[in-house]
Write a protein that binds this ligand. Sequence first.
Ligand code: UDX
Ligand code: UDX
Length: 454
Amino acid sequence: MNICCIGAGYVGGPTMAMIALKCPDIQVNVVDMNAARIAAWTSGNLPIYEPGLDDVVKQALGRNLHFSTDVAGQIKKADIIFVSVNTPTKTYGVGAGRAADLRFIESVARTIADQAESGKIIVEKSTIPVKTADAISAILAANTKGLKFQVLSNPEFLAEGTAVKDLMNPDRVLIGGERTPEGDQAVATLAGVYARWVPRDRIITTNLWSSELSKLVANAFLAQRISSINSISALCDATGADVDEVANAIGKDSRIGPKFLKASVGFGGSCFQKDILNLTYLCESFGLPEVAAFWNSVVTMNDWQKSRFAGRIVKELFNTVADKKIAVLGFAFKKDTNDTRESAAISVCRDLLAEHAKVCVYDPKVRAEEIKTDTLGKGAENPLLTIAKDAYEACAGAHAIAIVTEWDEFKTLDYAKIFAGMPKPALIFDGRNILDLAALRKIGFRASGVGKHD
Ligand code: UDX
Ligand code: UDX
């Protein structure tokens, strides 16, 4: 069997590396139009940071895992083609700011229709609006060679930072297909690939639309839990309750469960906001404005939480931060990734820069250029934004420290030493609730967390 994956990003790269590792008899070819990205995958210096991924790639690379820019050639050879290209939020026209921009998906479908010389199974890996399979099928069916394609939906549930673990041992694999004999056959073929390492009872098969919708709904439910606990964090700030204590108390109820109840500066990442906006757009398109408004409030709460965090720093610094140095520790949207898409750090930095603060950022994995581009826009400069090479440099002389990403190394910094080098009163604001605030107060810090009273 020969598998091709179009799109060598955060989803396509790790997923294909795992399939190649677990199925040594299957040739897996990952292609991407971005030559630099493809070169990086084989260079030993992977284009994405993901714990454990180096090792998985090393084991399969050259054996049955290959990376190239030869999209047309690999399409011809493949029995199964995964589509893992990005589906950003549309920035123009109808649905701008909410609907998914499907131009990459469409262009990939057209390329497959043009290049294929035999019928194939096409697998949607990218998160896409419900009914996208219809559009892909229509484009593929319009091929002039009389070829038959089966389109499957196989959404990815891996989380960045734990991708290898999630792929190795997934809670479930979801495969949606057309409920026809050919559709069932295609579903069985793909299920057979995963069954090499995933127990059969964790491989769920559904119709196409259920599978497409389940991905959006899973992310909406997860994000909803964070916005729910973040809304309560504001109430904790107002009343003196401690949000971690509340989360622990409610999470012990087995119907609620303990996960995804960590109050924070706000969720980020390439999926949550995008998928909820997509879901709300879908609801509106189907004449369900109340349902759209319900889910949209999850995003509204998240935006508010991000601005509330920056606002509290300004307030605690006596409502004036102009020319004061503020250290921002962490820029990735969560720990153990170099991904900054939709990271809360972006809006925190922008809000502080708007108040003319001197913002000094440190992140262990995000490149300085990326931090500048994300915050200021491509090519823009602002002397108030600087990037430090470590946390100590970022904090030296700062009036306040904001913990924005929960990197483990921030838990073990020498805060007494840091405190000594800061103008007083020195403030520390833990946007991830990872630090021992009582210990920091003993040193002399004014220390706050999210939903943690001072
Ligand atoms: C993306 C989406 O963000 C996610 O919602 C979806 O579920 C899967 O696809 P990710 O892998 O993180 O996830 O995206 P990204 O890292 O941007 O990778 C996409 C890759 O596709 C890029 O390397 C891009 O160069 C490539 N691509 C895009 C093509 O090869 N051809 C195209 O026509 C478009
Ligand atoms: C998410 C889904 O978890 C995954 O199943 C899907 O395939 C893609 O989207 P990801 O965005 O990689 O994965 O990371 P996730 O761990 O879900 O975190 C998203 C954001 O929520 C991060 O900014 C994280 O810091 C934040 N978060 C998470 C909280 O603020 N509190 C929590 O309790 C959990």
